[in-house]
Design a protein around this ligand. Structure first.
Ligand code: SF4
Length: 66
């Protein structure tokens, strides 16, 4: 099973992940850092969106664990 991992310490709050997959990601109202809503993509489409989010995150704060 693939799991999304978010390193909040690296996150710069750019919000790209939220734009890419609002079902899986949100941003903290306090400092804008990433909040994982769904860490296990439910289907292939969700996994595709998660991979895109990992790829476009400017601070490399996101990764996938198999
Ligand atoms: S795209 Fe990366 S830096 Fe931007 S909010 Fe998401 S995890 Fe943080």
């Amino acid at each position: 099973m693939t799991t999304i991992v978010a390193d909040v310490g690296r996150c710069v709050g750019s919000g790209q992940c939220v734009l890419t997959d609002p079902d899986a990601f949100d941003q903290s109202e306090e400092d804008g850092t990433v909040v994982l809503l769904q860490d296990t993509p439910a289907d292939d489409e969700a996994l595709k969106r998660a991979r895109t989010a990992v790829d476009i995150c400017p601070s490399r704060a996101l990764s996938l664990a198999e």
